[in-house]
Design a protein around this ligand. Structure first.
Ligand SMILES: [Zn+2]
Length: 87
């Protein structure tokens, strides 16, 4: 086997290794850890606010933050619907 033949075999295997790395690279990198998500900043809820169920379709009967109203009721911060005492 001549030096030229050995160089040709090494070159061919180099091309094959490069092609496999290009093909399999995304599959291997898919399982690497990603950057952690940014966390939301904590904000203090308004004084006297309560988490109450909101029975409107806008809020979908979910528990939302309600703030005290002058009438004594609690207003939903999601849709404005009032609930609770005096609503
Ligand atoms: Zn609501």
């Amino acid at each position: 086997m001549t030096v030229a033949e050995i160089a040709l075999i090494v070159a061919v295997w180099g091309v094959i290794a490069w092609a496999v790395a290009v093909r399999l690279g995304p599959l291997v990198r898919r399982h690497q850890p990603t950057e952690p998500p940014a966390y939301a900043a904590f904000t203090q809820p308004p004084a006297g606010a309560r988490w109450l169920r909101c029975d409107t379709t806008a809020c979908g009967h979910m528990t939302t933050l309600h703030t005290p109203q002058p009438s004594g009721a609690y207003g939903c911060t999601g849709c404005g619907h009032t609930a609770g005492a005096g609503a």
